[in-house]
Design a protein around this ligand. Structure first.
Ligand SMILES: Nc1nc2c(c(=O)[nH]1)N[C@H]1C(S)=C(S)[C@@H](COP(=O)(O)OP(=O)(O)OC[C@H]3O[C@@H](n4cnc5c(=O)[nH]c(N)nc54)[C@H](O)[C@@H]3O)O[C@H]1N2
Ligand SMILES: Nc1nc2c(c(=O)[nH]1)N[C@H]1C(S)=C(S)[C@@H](COP(=O)(O)OP(=O)(O)OC[C@H]3O[C@@H](n4cnc5c(=O)[nH]c(N)nc54)[C@H](O)[C@@H]3O)O[C@H]1N2
Ligand SMILES: [Mo]
Length: 799
């Protein structure tokens, strides 16, 4: 593999924005020397974790040891040619490579699952043999439905050497295809409620680019926090701050986030899980004032009122009747009604409705927090109706109501093979499929592609993921499922870089190389420009680690399948071939040699833009949607059929029109609130990406782990800022510091997701690591069977 050897004078570091790009510690030099000292090597690498963006990293080594990490210094500050400066996480990558916690040998489990002390070192040969034997045994005894490549996004943007979130680093999936296939999953922990909601409304999912905000006169954002969840200096945070400048911005969030900071005209603090009620009251005002665009709705939509209600629908089951109180529940969705549910004063709701009606091009968007709830699909559907009601969609300056989009990446993933097995489950239901996969049905569990599974899950291949325990709901409940099964019933392969909470459940635990020790290519499809990153390395890995390609190769070899899987090519040959394939699709990509020698490669894309569903709204006959009616389905006959055919737990529902619904552990669940009065969410925080980077001290020092609680709730409990508290509910408890702050509304608390579960107390169900999933519930959402991880009721006391 060719390595970059030339040295290039570099520009001085700078800060793109307050939260991105600042140096983190006194042991990082302030300025890059104009001429690098003799002996320094410079390689470009990439931070491939799943924050939605992949920043270039400039890795400086001396004699194979990283001396410092710098960031993008190509281009300038001008929006569109700006530097894609990495945030503190990417810049801390040196600490990841040399972390004392790094896995440095293959290990096998000799004690109970869930404990680091249960492992002893073994040889690579023994590890590969054990994996191959167990994999073959499971195929022989149970077939492909027993084999599950688990969700894992730790190297999402490493395109050829082990990316994507679900397929055992892609190469693993290619091997499993040769063995007869595997139980696949659909959806993601990120956005599946949104995906399901858009599918039944529009038949597909698309949003306008951030740059359309430039043409808008009002930005309304529900639970949208790009400043903290798109921290890349080239990404959402930069787009957000640039494109909203001078705009009226209204932020709807139970927390005052960094995205609101100094930007918002108004912060409307809303109770979690109640956005649909707010939207209904906005709709009420819009309809009451005669401002619903009836001609528009009739032309493009099904089910706004009785004129476009399908013949199969019951009378008064249309959206307008529901809003005005003429539907089944007989309740008019007035601002006063919504105020009691949402916590937003009725006059504020009326004012927001007025702002929406006054705007000529409202840009309405939402983050993914509002949908990560018990009935999150209804939240998404309800928000998405607003631009339709106003007839303000499909034109420049508007949006479909979901997360705005940015540019594309021209580097695609390595092949994952064609899975000969058609069965798939929702990403969220795997833990249940270990227990009762054979009882899964399409109507009860959202099983797709087959009517029945032949086996429960018996083999899990977990690559670069911490969702075996840390990121999945109900950590202690999941612990019981995993810990009660020995290797012959459930074999778990974990391939990671650290002894994470999930790694402790492995039967065989393999150390991986980090991004900085890999050759690969990544590309960042930012707004108005793409950055292609030739990942090379001069690092001598401090540990005995192997990458996904090599691990898969060694397992395949023991099964006699290396020829079928790798087609006689080594990794460098694959890289060459895959890059040529990507080049064939984008003539702007330079030859590989030039790419590596030239370093970062920027492809300006100043004209890139998307206006959500513009072609459909321009000509709905020529560009029919892929919904059954070809139109936007405010009323969905498919959902109406599902509501009678699907089996749901008591209290859940699948309405044919979008609607607010009181759910388990919601604000309106007054019975549970008697014991657990506070709502708890788990926002995504600056100091880590999920659980990735949690063990880097630089970052936890920068952003403390603490549960956010309003001064009013704290005072009622005698809690002061920084005090140790116990957060508890029926699922478990977490002991952590309190952050007493008016930045979160009364009655609501938030414990940032991703902290590592401290499993010293697994049997007592007490976590001292600060992992919110010790408190979250396993209860799939009605339509998409997704994760409701922000719907929780808890009590908090001084510990
Ligand atoms: N309560 C709650 N839970 C949530 C969420 C929430 O909002 N609330 N959010 C959910 C969402 S949106 C998502 S996407 C999931 C994310 O869940 P995951 O996909 O599990 O993401 P991470 O927690 O970042 O875990 C990445 C893993 O990759 C490992 N890793 C890092 N670098 C490397 C490497 O180079 N090689 C290998 N092999 N491994 C590496 C890390 O050590 C870590 O174990 O979490 C979900 N969980
Ligand atoms: N730094 C960092 N960046 C990340 C990640 C990370 O862990 N760390 N994770 C990445 C991934 S994979 C994903 S999927 C995205 C996640 O991005 P999101 O899912 O959008 O992030 P969240 O923090 O869960 O939610 C966004 C906001 O919604 C608010 N919120 C929660 N519930 C509600 C509600 O019911 N209504 C309203 N209106 N607001 C609500 C929260 O307070 C938060 O401010 O971020 C990505 N980027
Ligand atoms: Mo996510």
């Amino acid at each position: 593999m060719e390595r970059r050897s030339f040295l290039k004078a570099s520009a001085a570091l700078g800060c793109a924005a307050t939260i991105t790009g600042c140096k983190t510690s006194s042991d990082e030099p302030n300025k890059v020397p104009e001429v690098p000292p003799v002996g320094e090597k410079v390689d470009w690498s990439c931070c491939t974790c799943n924050c939605g963006h992949n920043c270039p990293l400039k890795v400086i080594t001396v004699d194979g040891k990283i001396t410092r990490i710098e960031t993008d210094d190509v281009g300038g500050d001008e929006f569109g040619t700006h530097q894609v400066r990495a945030c503190l996480k990417g810049r801390s990558s040196r600490k990841k490579v040399y972390s004392p916690d790094r896995l440095n040998r293959p290990m096998k489990r000799v004690g109970p699952r869930g404990h680091a002390s249960s492992f002893i070192e073994c040889s690579w040969d023994e590890a590969f043999n054990t994996i191959a034997e167990n994999l073959q045994k499971v195929y022989n005894e149970a077939g492909p439905s027993a084999v599950y490549p688990h969700y894992g996004t730790g190297r999402l943007y490493a395109r050829y050497s082990g990316g994507d979130w679900r397929w055992a680093g892609q190469w693993g999936a290619k091997l499993l295809c040769e063995m007869g296939g595997y139980l696949s999953h659909y959806g993601t922990y990120s956005s599946s409620q949104q995906l399901a909601a858009m599918y039944y409304t529009y038949g597909t999912i698309t949003s306008s680019t951030y740059t359309e905000m430039l043409h808008s006169d009002l930005v309304v954002a529900f639970g949208f926090n790009p400043a903290e969840t798109r921290m890349s200096g080239g990404g959402g945070t930069y787009d957000w701050s640039t494109c909203t400048q001078g705009k009226k911005v209204i932020m709807i969030d139970p927390r005052y986030s960094d995205s609101a900071l100094g930007k918002e005209d108004k912060w409307l603090a809303i109770r979690p899980g109640t956005d649909a009620a707010l939207c209904e009251a906005l709709a009420y005002e819009i309809i009451r004032q005669g401002k619903a665009d009836k001609a528009f709705l009739d032309k493009y939509c099904i089910g706004y009122d009785s004129d476009t209600l399908p013949a199969s629908a019951k009378p008064n089951s249309d959206y307008k009747s529901h809003i005005l109180g003429l539907g089944e529940d007989g309740i008019a969705k007035t601002p006063e009604w919504a105020a009691k549910i949402t916590g937003i004063a009725s006059n504020e709701i009326v004012a927001l409705a007025q702002d929406l009606m006054n705007a000529s091009t409202p840009f309405i968007c939402q983050g993914l927090g509002p949908q990560r709830h018990a009935i999150g699909e209804q939240t998404v559907r309800s928000i998405v109706i607003l631009p339709l009601l106003l007839g303000k969609i499909g034109i420049s300056g508007t949006n479909s109501g979901i997360w705005p989009s940015h540019g594309r990446s021209s580097i695609s993933l390595s092949p994952k093979g064609d899975n000969p097995y058609s069965g798939s489950i929702s990403f969220f239901t795997w833990s249940d499929a270990i227990v009762r996969g054979v009882d899964f049905t399409p109507e009860k569990d959202g099983l797709k592609g087959v009517e029945k599974l032949d086996s429960n899950i018996r083999f899990i291949w977990n690559y670069a993921g911490n969702a075996l325990i840390n990121q999945h709901s109900d950590s202690f409940g999941t612990h019981e499922i995993l810990a009660s099964r020995e290797a012959d019933e459930l074999f778990i392969l974990v391939h990671d870089v650290f002894m994470t909470p999930s790694a402790k459940y492995a039967d065989i635990l393999l150390p991986d190389l980090t991004d900085l020790e890999h050759t690969d290519i990544s590309a960042f499809g930012g707004t108005n420009q793409e950055t292609v990153i030739p990942m090379t390395t001069s690092v001598n890995s401090p540990v005995d680690a192997k990458g996904c390609f090599e691990v898969t190769y060694e397992i395949a070899k023991r099964l006699g399948l290396e020829g079928a899987v790798f087609e006689g090519k080594n990794y460098d040959q694959w890289l060459d071939e895959l890059y040529k394939r990507d080049q064939a699709n984008n003539a702007k990509l330079p030859d590989y040699k030039d790419l590596v020698e030239g370093g970062l490669y920027k492809i300006p894309n100043p004209d890139f833009k998307n206006v959500a569903f513009s072609s459909f709204f321009a000509d709905p006959e020529a560009n029919k949607l892929s919904t059954p009616s070809g139109k936007v389905e405010i009323y969905s006959e498919t959902l109406a059929a599902m509501s009678t055919q699907w089996e749901l737990p008591e209290g859940d529902l699948i309405p044919a029109i979008p609607m607010y619904h009181k759910t388990w552990e919601s604000y309106e669940d007054t019975e549970t609130r008697e014991q657990f009065p506070l709502q708890l969410i788990g926002h995504h925080t600056k100091s880590r990406t999920h659980s990735s980077f949690h063990n880097i001290k630089w970052l936890t020092e920068a952003v403390e782990d603490a549960v956010w609680i309003n001064p009013k709730d704290a005072a009622e409990r005698g809690i002061t800022d920084g005090a140790k508290v116990e957060i508890s509910n029926d699922r478990g408890s977490v002991i952590i510091a309190a952050k007493v702050t008016p930045l979160i509304m009364p009655g609501v608390t938030s414990l940032a997701q991703g902290a590592w579960l401290n499993s010293d107390n697994l049997s007592t169900k007490v976590d001292t690591g600060g992992n919110v999933n010790a408190l979250t519930k396993y209860h799939p959402t009605p339509i998409g069977k997704c994760n409701p991880q922000h719907t929780n009721l808890v009590e908090i006391r001084l510990a």
